[in-house]
Design a binder for this molecule. Structure first.
Ligand code: FES
Ligand code: FES
Length: 161
């Protein structure tokens, strides 16, 4: 075993300080060390997007980062968006528009869209599709996901002051 290193991060608003192996991936840190299994691991080499989380507000592949690289960072995972009985507008739109089947891709989709919505207008379906092009879904054919994102964008704009 290699020498442990201490990593201090904030995940969904909770501060953690953990001793980890330098080779531990962020995805495994979240899932195994912190028990936040909402972040899914599919391809493990940066292709599928299932492991997407927000790091200091930017969406990133947690399978391509080592936990020690994130020392001092603010991380948000799907668990931080909402939960049963308190879905956020994006999650609610996914539920209403049947934007998932097996749900494996969904955490990564939600985190990618959370990042996109915070930065870009996503005014057209083409923009939504381009934004989602790094997240693979083998079930839905994407149409319902695009509908859900369109609905969420509309709802968030309505609620904006
Ligand atoms: S598991 Fe990270 S991109 Fe597929
Ligand atoms: S809902 Fe199954 S992979 Fe997207």
């Amino acid at each position: 075993m290699s020498k442990l290193r201490t990593v201090t991060v904030t995940v969904n608003g909770v501060a953690y300080e953990k001793a980890v192996e330098p080779r531990l991936l962020l995805a495994d840190f979240l899932r195994q060390t912190l028990g936040l299994t909402g972040t899914h691991v599919g391809c493990e080499h940066g292709v599928c997007g299932a492991c997407t989380v927000l790091v200091d507000g930017d969406s990133m592949r947690s399978c391509l980062l080592f936990a020690v690289q994130l020392d001092g960072s603010r991380i948000e995972t799907v668990e931080g968006l909402g939960g049963i009985g308190r879905l956020n507008p994006l999650q609610e739109a996914f539920r209403e528009h049947h934007a998932l089947q097996c749900g494996f891709c969904t955490p990564g989709m939600l985190m990618t869209v959370t990042d996109l919505i915070s930065k870009y207008p996503l005014a057209t379906d083409d923009e939504i599709r381009a934004g989602l092009s790094g997240n693979l879904c083998r079930c839905t054919g994407y149409e319902h996901i695009v509908r859900a994102v369109r609905a969420a964008v509309g709802r968030i704009q309505e609620q904006a002051p």
